[in-house]
Design a protein around this ligand. Structure first.
Ligand code: ATP
Length: 240
């Protein structure tokens, strides 16, 4: 059988009220692929992620996750094992312990103790610092460490597709590199990733392919390896 891609968007129009932010979007993420979505402020990157999560209703087009049409599913169903997200600004429960934050990601699996323990173990294997601080309130952690908790929480939902909205935002250079290493590790584990980024270097380091979104339309796309000096200049021009 043909394996459906982790994500397929076709002819997607979506926005707020009667106003479309996204126009005729075609984009795919194959299984085990890491794909970056680059673009300037206001291009519609967050709106695209919100459309996949069912938080912005699409007016037209296809949204398929691992072969499932999610366009009519409510967000809580999409979040249940289909799509995991690290939202902009992380949105951790800062007063709660690190471990409780992680467990929130796997709520729908809470009756499956073996699977929950296995997922927790895989988060701790990837982020030893998260295991060390598991009993501390999230607020006691640095920004970079909190971002690892947010990635761990996403991993706990065991999703077919992982979405990350500018995970490098506001992090110190060392923490950005740790985050890049974590994304590379997820890719090595065969996870399917759509990464929204403003840092082109990070996107090219971590991802197989990139798309550039500008004014709600895909204006460029290509394999990260094929992007030469001219391609890079073009992307930089789009990002301003
Ligand atoms: P940024 O990097 O600044 O987050 P972005 O590429 O993620 O930019 P979006 O946040 O998706 O862009 O915004 C795209 C457009 O949608 C903008 O013109 C924005 O003003 C508009 N927009 C975003 N959220 C809403 C909303 N809740 N209601 C109406 N319009 C919105």
């Amino acid at each position: 059988p043909v394996i459906a891609p982790a994500l397929r968007l076709e002819g997607l129009y979506a926005g707020y009220g009667r106003f479309d932010v996204l126009h005729d979007i075609a984009l795919h993420v194959e299984r085990g692929e890491a794909v970056a979505l680059l673009g300037p402020n206001g291009a519609g990157k967050t709106t695209l992620l919100r459309a996949i999560m069912g938080m912005v209703k699409q007016r037209r087009g296809v949204i398929e996750v691992a072969g499932t049409d999610v366009s009519r599913l409510p967000t809580h169903r999409i979040a249940r094992g289909l799509v995991g997200i690290v939202p902009e600004g992380r949105r951790l429960f800062l007063g709660q312990s690190v471990e409780d934050n992680l467990r929130l990601g796997g709520l729908h699996l809470r009756h499956d103790h073996a699977r929950t323990a296995q997922l927790l173990r895989s988060v701790f294997d990837l982020f030893p610092v998260v295991e060390r601080y598991r009993a501390r309130p999230a607020t006691a952690l640095s920004g970079g460490e909190q971002q690892m908790v947010a990635i761990g929480r996403m991993m706990m939902s065991d999703p077919e597709l992982m979405l990350l909205d500018e995970p490098s935002l506001g992090l110190a250079p060392l923490a950005i590199q740790s985050m890049a290493d974590a994304l590379l590790a997820l890719r090595e584990r065969g996870r399917s990733i759509l990464l929204v980024e403003q840092r082109v270097d990070l996107a090219l380091q971590v991802c197989d392919r990139i798309y550039v979104l500008s004014g709600g339309r895909i204006v460029e796309q290509g394999a990260a390896d094929d992007i030469d000096g001219r391609g890079r200049a073009l992307i930089d021009a789009y990002l301003g």
